[in-house]
Write a protein that binds this ligand. Sequence first.
Ligand code: MN
Length: 316
Amino acid sequence: MSDLNKETSGILECTAGKKRQGYIETLDVRSSNIGGGLTIRRALPHKQRRMIGPWCFLDHFGPLDLTESEGMQVGPHPHIGLQTVTWLFSGEIFHRDNLGYQQSIRPGQLNLMTAGRGISHSEESPLKAERTENTLHGLQFWIALPAEYKDIEPAFDHYAELPQLHYEQHDITVILGEHDGQSSPAKQYSPAVSLDIRVKGSSEFELPLNSEFEHALLLISGDVAVNGESLLTSKLYYLGTGHNKVSINSKGPVHLALFGGEPFQEQILLWWNFVGRKQEEIEQALHDWQHGDRFGRVKGFNGEPLIAPELKVKLK
Ligand code: MN
């Protein structure tokens, strides 16, 4: 995914979350259309809370009916200093990058792209004739790389299967990190977790959390209260460090996404598709995308590379 929304392509400074105890903070999520009828709900970055653990960007896209749409068609664009996590609930996305990877992703699978010092990629829905599902629905998260790893070699990893935990009242897929003794194979550079949680029906249970992490919950569908608070799909729910569990009380089937991590200790700059520490890093990446060969070429995408927005201001 690329930050295609010009309204949000401004200065976005990410800072580590403040330590907060004992309550759930409700954050608004901004909705926008990035073309092709595809609606995204952007939970991060948020004015009040730029990061949650190392997570600095969170888009919930769709559900989009593909019968009348080309779906996702995001042309080649660059990234630096981050990892992208793509997780689908429905549909399929085809990834291409300048390293030569061409990979389809389907629900239950993870695409993890590590930009490091620089990568470029495209993301597209399959052609209509090749589609097996007519709804596109999923998440894309970005993880900021700690400074010591920001210039690592770019990489792309596809995980066809992830660990699953089955309980009486719910099932969990461990997308990233560890939960209840099960660890995702996804390569990570700072302590973090991401879970896909499916509650089967009306139920009441406790979900254990790592109390050293801050967390956020996103409701994908269903009627649920967490610590007594009813959740909406239009909000993001933040839990500071110090929670070792949350209580889940559902009426019928519920689908939740949880992500978290150790509060990120560094100040970062997030501009367009770049994570950096200094203005010069961002400016250099922008220059290299428009004029250089640092990001290589993405082969096979039927369309032009994206043009970066102008960087006219001093980032801080
Ligand atoms: Mn992208």
